[in-house]
Each structure stands twice: as structure tokens, then as C-alpha cells.
Design a protein around this ligand. Structure first.
Ligand code: CO
Ligand code: CO
Ligand code: CO
Length: 314
């Protein structure tokens, strides 16, 4: 099957967005993401869902230009004021991203859902895909893991207020400056951490790049409270699904507790960027991320020659 030469990134590499070249110096980046509520407050849910959708543009090194709302709304069971709060939260994030809301669509749905279809642009030479992580690179993660576990603790009514606040702030934070800084640093590859957890998204990137990622479990930042809640059984079903699917591609070279391991499989909402960057640039990039307010950014591993496994955890 012939492939259109203007399609720079298609569906083969499990990338965050499709990329289509419009002219020599500009390409179109397109993505869509819709989620079910992860927090109780409708405005906050709107912010998180929008940040989550915008993130796929940032993971490619692009700038979002326009967004369309996509809503599934149970109009029989929820007042319309809930919908307007969700959309307000989303709009605030779209504006913070410097993008424009240009329309949307709502369908009646038994289960509440909200997200965006986002269109962005980039210079084709500066697109960052899953593909070019190189042996010797270091891996940087820009947000702590554990949003799925903390959301499960919220549903289980055991989550503490301060842990919920920290998780919500993390999920609502745009990956905008992380993206700008990683492009500036000449990052080789990048993805954002969402439903497949750190291990799932890292495995996809390692596979697309034909390398192995060696992750240092002790360096991987976790949200405060996540391990405690995990030990109370507050692990979302999605984490077990991820483990089932990805564990054959993972070699465990260290002794981790079951809870620590499940945190690495925990499905994230609006998670951070996983960035592969030349070793000599990694420390400076982490410093710039921290100076830019991304306090939890950390070097979490390195890229090694392709072995049998996509991921080694040590
Ligand atoms: Co993504
Ligand atoms: Co996505
Ligand atoms: Co990517």
C-alpha cells in the first residue's frame, strides 16, 4: 500500500498525533482525546480534560492553534450548569495554551465525557516523534506518577485533601513549557504519559526507536500518597490491564514491591512528557524545567542498545 509522502507521522508508531506536511516549513498536527470524570469538580474536570487533550500536540513538539469541544452529556441526570462549568474549565486551558476554541459537538450519553480535538502546527524539522530515541540518551519525566491510584482512592473515599489537590494541580498543568524546553534542547524523541502508564508509553517509544529503555525505579517521581493508597488496594483496573499487556516486554532487574511496580503501570490522566535527549544536554534541560516551575522533572533512566525487552527496570 502506497504511503502519502506528506504524511510525516501516521498510525504506525503509536505516536501522540498525526502529522501532515502542508508546505516546506509548516506541518499540521491533529489529535483527539476524550475522558470520563477523574475529579468531582466540573470546572476542574474541564481543565484536566483539556490539558490532557492539548498534551498530545505538546508531545510532538508543536503549538496548538485551534480546538473543538467533544462532549457526551447525560442531560436526564445532570443539570446543564455542570456542562457549562466543564466547558468553562476547558476554555480556560485552551486560552492558557494560546489556542482558540472554534466549535464543538455534544451528544446525549449515559456517561459524562469531555475532551477536545486539537489542531496544531510545527516546523517539520522540529517535530519530535516516538522514533528517534538513541543509545546513550537519557530519559526525563516531567510529572510524578500516580494519578490513577489517587483517583481510585477518591472513589474509595480514602483520599486525603492535600493529596487530591496535588494530583489535580499536576493533571491540570499544561505540558506547554516542558514541550518548548525539550524542543529547544533538541530532544530526540518524546511522548506523554497517559492511559498505558509509564511502562506502556515507554515501551511504545522504545519499540518505535528500536532501542531498550533502562529505567531507574528509585528516580521515578510519584505523587505523595500514591504508594500508601496502592498498599490499601486502591489500584485501578487499568493498571492491571497494562501490566498484563506490557509485562512480557519488561525485565525486572531489581526488587520492587508489588505496589511500586503497579505505580509504573498506573494509567495517567494528563501525565508528563517522557523525553529522550542527548546525555550531555539532559542535566541542563532538567534544570531549565525546574526553573520553569516543573519541580518534579527528573532523569529516570537511559537508552541502551536494543535487547530482548523494550524496558529494563533496575
Ligand atoms: Co499521548
Ligand atoms: Co492521546
Ligand atoms: Co510522540
Amino acid at each position: 500500500m502506497g504511503r502519502n509522502a506528506k504524511l510525516l507521522v501516521g498510525i504506525e508508531t503509536g505516536d501522540d498525533a498525526g502529522v501532515y506536511q502542508l508546505a516546506d516549513d509548516i506541518c499540521l498536527i491533529q489529535t483527539v482525546d476524550v475522558i470520563t470524570p477523574i475529579v468531582d469538580d466540573p470546572f476542574l474536570f474541564g481543565s484536566v480534560a483539556a490539558a490532557n487533550a492539548l498534551s498530545d500536540i505538546y508531545a510532538m513538539g508543536g503549538q496548538p492553534l485551534t480546538a473543538l469541544n467533544i462532549v457526551g452529556f447525560p442531560s436526564c441526570s445532570l443539570p446543564i450548569s455542570v456542562l457549562s462549568e466543564i466547558l468553562k474549565g476547558g476554555l480556560e486551558k485552551i486560552r492558557e495554551a494560546g489556542a482558540l476554541l472554534v466549535g464543538g459537538h455534544t451528544v446525549d450519553d449515559n456517561e459524562l465525557k469531555y475532551g477536545l480535538s486539537v489542531t496544531g502546527t510545527a516546523n517539520p524539522g522540529r517535530i519530535v516523534t516516538n522514533r528517534n530515541a538513541s543509545t546513550g540518551d537519557l530519559l526525563i519525566l516531567t510529572k510524578p506518577l500516580g494519578t490513577g491510584i489517587i483517583a481510585t482512592a477518591l472513589k474509595g473515599k480514602v483520599a486525603r485533601e492535600e493529596h487530591l489537590h496535588a494530583a489535580a494541580a499536576s493533571m491540570a498543568a499544561l505540558n506547554r513549557s516542558a514541550s518548548e524546553l525539550m524542543v529547544e534542547a533538541g530532544a530526540h524523541a518524546c511522548t506523554d504519559i497517559t492511559g498505558f502508564g509509564l511502562i506502556g508509553h515507554a515501551a511504545t517509544m522504545a519499540q518505535a526507536s528500536r532501542v531498550t529503555f533502562s529505567l531507574d525505579a528509585r528516580q521515578i517521581p510519584l505523587l505523595e500518597g500514591a504508594l500508601d493508597y496502592a498498599s490499601q488496594g486502591m489500584i485501578p483496573r487499568g493498571a492491571y490491564n497494562n501490566e498484563k499487556f506490557y509485562s512480557p516486554r519488561v525485565k525486572l532487574d531489581t526488587r520492587l514491591s508489588g505496589d511500586q511496580l503497579m505505580a509504573l503501570y498506573d494509567p495517567q490522566t494528563s501525565g508528563g512528557l517522557l523525553i529522550s535527549v542527548e546525555k550531555k544536554r539532559a542535566t541542563a534541560l532538567v534544570e531549565r524545567l525546574k526553573n520553569g516551575g516543573i519541580q518534579e522533572a527528573a532523569i529516570v533512566g537511559e537508552v541502551i542498545a536494543r535487547g530482548f525487552h523494550n524496558i529494563i527496570i533496575h
